[in-house]
Design a protein around this ligand. Structure first.
Ligand SMILES: Cc1cc2nc3c(=O)[nH]c(=O)nc-3n(C[C@H](O)[C@H](O)[C@H](O)COP(=O)(O)OP(=O)(O)OC[C@H]3O[C@@H](n4cnc5c(N)ncnc54)[C@H](O)[C@@H]3O)c2cc1C
Length: 437
């Protein structure tokens, strides 16, 4: 059967482009046989392949990525490796305190696995335990921050509050009125992280890039085919995010979204002087549809806008709109850098579900999957990939039970109502974000 939905990538992803060029891709060639085939080398696939190999050192694992690792969605993210659940700003968050604490625990287990691996292999990816600032620039945003702080109190989480003058000293920018700093998240260079994870796989994992799976037959044995080769495996793992739809799975349940990032060129010494502030931080807007900001030593990154795209389109008009919006958000925050252009603007695919339920487990005979991480894919993708490998190997744990959620992704409304509703919702949320965008 043909794979009906596949990602495409351009060369605009700042995180990937500012690294030294990657070594030549090892492309899948010829007909191979393996115990496990994992499709997709984002956070889920990388963690799953590593853990399968750790648990079953005598087995062969093939990890197949359609693009270049680092230029895929995982390497396009903003690099907030977040411990809190994505919906911590939602009104209902912490209404079920135990559930909320469990979700934080799952994400922290993902961060621990990443930290262990980064430390064990000295992965050079600027992994920093710096926490994240949730910052507000409006009265509405400040109310949201108050609610956020109450939610953190309810689940016994640490944080500190900061006023405008503290924030000006940290950010250089005088844009924000107040913020909550939550200290347990990490910041990372995401393209360097995923490249490093792929380069340090156990010996029994073979990693192939530029090897898009175009065609498949479910078995077992399952057969997957690329332009130049094929793999036959008894166990197949789909870790390909929303593109799982291309394999005929959850075709009426996933909501394919694109979100966008822009990165400045390197700031000169004079511009750094004009900017002031500290040289590394991450800001998440108090409003869920607002702008995330990263400052790395010499660059600033802006992320906002969610666009609905059934074909995962990251070029043309949507890219131009993202660039224009990012520019406005940048100038609002950093007027002292008005003459500093963006060097890169890019989009990347995300997948959501209407009820927020993830896909995790055995999807059909010996076909496993872990998909939908609701915007916290660095932590959640990692832990879900690890736990999926443990499930395949029959290892149970409290954490695994937490991933085995009872809720299945709810079905989308029929088309065209679904697309229309999602687009209207995205537009409405942007309007609500106001100055926080
Ligand atoms: C601009 C942007 C900013 C973001 N910021 C953050 C952030 O700060 N923090 C955070 O936690 N999350 C963030 N995210 C979300 C995060 O990137 C995703 O949640 C995460 O990458 C999901 O991991 P994954 O492994 O499930 O899927 P992916 O990373 O999407 O990996 C799936 C892989 O499957 C591959 N694939 C798909 N189909 C095929 C096929 N047919 N053959 C071969 N390979 C295939 C894809 O190329 C892809 O590499 C952001 C996303 C974007 C786009």
């Amino acid at each position: 059967m043909r794979v009906s939905l596949k990602p495409t990538y351009d060369q605009n992803n700042g995180w990937h482009e500012i690294l030294p060029p990657p070594k030549e891709a090892r492309v899948l060639t010829g007909d191979l046989v393996a115990d496990y085939a994992v499709i997709g080398a984002g956070y889920s696939g990388l963690a799953c392949a590593r853990r399968l190999a750790e648990l079953d050192p005598g087995a062969s694992v093939i990890l197949i990525e359609g693009g270049r690792i680092g230029n895929n969605a995982a390497g396009r993210s903003s690099g907030f490796a977040i411990d809190h659940a994505h919906n911590i700003r939602a009104k209902s968050f912490a209404s079920d305190v135990d559930h909320a604490k469990q979700q934080v625990g799952l994400n922290r287990a993902g961060l621990d696995y990443l930290t262990e691996t980064i430390d064990a292999f000295n992965i050079d990816c600027d992994w920093r335990l710096e926490g994240k600032y949730h910052a507000a620039a409006s009265t509405k945003g400040e109310k949201m921050l108050d609610h956020f702080a109450e939610s953190l109190d309810a689940i016994d989480e640490d944080y500190s509050r900061h006023d405008a003058s503290d924030l000006k000293a940290v950010f250089g920018s005088g844009f924000y009125r107040s913020a909550v700093h939550a200290p347990h998240s990490y910041l990372v260079q995401p393209a360097a992280l995923v490249r490093g994870l792929a380069d340090t796989m156990p010996e029994n994992v073979s990693v192939f890039e530029d090897s898009m799976v175009d065609d498949f037959d479910f078995g077992p044995p399952h057969v997957i085919r690329t332009a130049r080769g094929s793999v036959k495996a008894n166990i197949l793992v789909l870790a390909n995010n929303g593109f799982v739809e291309g394999f005929g799975m959850f075709t009426k349940h996933l909501i394919p979204m694109i979100t966008w990032g822009s990165m400045t060129r390197e700031l000169t010494d004079a511009e750094l002087e004009r900017l002031g502030g500290i040289d590394s931080y991450g800001i998440i807007a108090a409003h869920p549809a607002g702008t995330s900001v990263r400052r790395t030593e010499r660059r600033i990154l802006i992320r906002n806008i969610f666009s609905y795209s059934r074909r995962s389109t990251i070029v043309g008009r949507p890219l131009e709109t993202a660039h224009k919006t990012h520019r406005k958000s940048f100038l609002n925050r950093y007027p002292m850098l008005a003459d500093v252009p963006f060097e890169y603007t890019w989009g990347g695919a995300l997948s959501l579900t209407r009820n927020g339920a993830p896909v995790f487990g055995e999807l059909r005979d010996n076909v496993y999957g872990t998909v939908v991480h609701n915007g916290v894919g660095i932590a959640r993708g990692t832990i879900s990939g690890k736990l999926l490998a443990e499930k395949i190997n029959g290892i149970d744990s409290d954490l695994r039970q937490l991933m085995e959620v009872k809720d299945r992704p709810s079905r989308n409304f029929p088309e065209p109502f679904n697309s229309w509703g999602v687009k209207m919702n995205a537009r409405w949320r942007r309007q609500q974000a106001g100055i926080e965008e």
